[in-house]
Write a protein that binds this ligand. Structure first.
Ligand SMILES: Nc1ncnc2c1ncn2[C@@H]1O[C@H](COP(=O)(O)OP(=O)(O)OP(=O)(O)O)[C@@H](O)[C@H]1O
Ligand SMILES: [Mg+2]
Length: 300
């Protein structure tokens, strides 16, 4: 059984637009309880932890069923008067999502616009914090991790590739790929060697000194992939990373991802493109903030 890299446990992300006082109060109560739960986790007060966990679970379930008054009561013991005139909206961007990502996975996240794909990716990549729920990275609870520690975890374990590459135009391919290594505190000579190797692994060994505007779209995206793999992260995330590429370049980039995956690199990519999803090992379909389907693809 492959090692679990990331585990999401009952993750919710809720946005309250306009006035929904009872929902806001219930959400705040849940967040406060979560905070004390995380503190308990830190103290490893296991008995207390289990009690709070049960309470949280119940409150969250009621919240996602839009029973805000009952949810609030579960946490605080207090009753809220109903407010039928509140006109705001509650967006359950993610609704109680539980998910495990194993080492060596090549996952496509699909689903209609607004179904929560980017929100999910942001949770998995620790780019955003959930309203409720727990995130474990390699078995460690990172939900309430102090923001001081986050950049270190991100630069060691998590790589990102975005739709529009985000390469720095004034730097060469080699310099772009060397950049994350600088932040990781690696010495210049070593940085150069590692970046060169990463660019060679994406087939761009002969383009080291080209700046981004001297590269094709597919090559630019390959540089971005080289930059994300260079410090050997546990997992690489891509949000629509082939979104701006034509069919041929999409195939080229996906071929590269499959190749790196066959050597053990884990990927999670959000895509609207069924052809891209077909080239992945597993597809997670999101619908209304929930995991609708999660299946291993027949092929491969
Ligand atoms: N900052 C925010 N404030 C309020 N609502 C938000 C916010 N961010 C996202 N949402 C809502 O959360 C839901 C999920 O958004 P998300 O960006 O995850 O969708 P998506 O599946 O990535 O969509 P797309 O395919 O269009 O990129 C949407 O209904 C969106 O309107
Ligand atoms: Mg999105």
């Amino acid at each position: 059984m492959a090692e679990t890299i990331i585990k999401l446990n009952r993750i919710s992300k809720t946005y309250i637009i306009g006035t929904r006082k009872n929902a806001s109060k219930a959400q705040k109560a849940i967040q406060k309880l979560h905070k004390s739960y995380e503190d308990e986790c830190e103290k490893e007060d296991l008995k207390c932890k289990k009690d709070t966990e049960d309470l949280l679970e119940k409150a969250q379930e009621l919240f996602s069923k839009e029973k805000y008054e009952e949810s609030y009561k579960t946490v605080t013991g207090k009753t809220l008067k109903s407010r039928p005139k509140d006109r705001g909206a509650v967006v359950h961007a993610l609704d109680n999502v539980t998910l495990e990502i194993k080492k060596g996975d090549l996952v496509a996240i699909m689903g209609p616009s607004g179904s929560g794909k980017s929100t999910l990716l942001n949770m998995l990549g620790l780019l955003d914090s959930p309203t409720a729920g727990l995130i474990y990275l390699k078995g460690m609870n990172v939900t309430g991790i102090k923001s001081k520690k986050l950049p270190e975890i991100r630069s060691n374990d998590l790589g990102f590739v975005f739709q529009s590459f985000n390469l720095i135009p004034s730097l060469t391919a080699l310099e772009n790929v060397m950049l994350p290594l600088k932040y990781a505190g690696i010495k210049p000579q070593k940085r150069k060697e590692m970046a060169k190797k990463a660019l060679e692994s994406v087939g761009l060994g002969d383009r080291l000194d080209h700046t981004p505007n001297e590269l094709s779209g597919g090559q630019g995206q390959r540089v971005a992939i080289a930059r994300s793999v260079v410090n050997n992260p546990a997992i690489i995330f891509g949000d629509e990373l082939t979104g701006e590429l034509d069919t041929k370049m999409t195939k080229e980039v996906m071929g590269l991802i499959q190749n790196l995956n066959s050597k053990g690199q884990t990927f999670i990519i959000v895509t609207h493109n069924p052809e891209v999803a077909k080239m992945c090992k597993r597809t997670i379909h999101m619908l209304d903030g929930k995991v609708d389907k999660d299946h291993t693809n027949g092929k491969k």
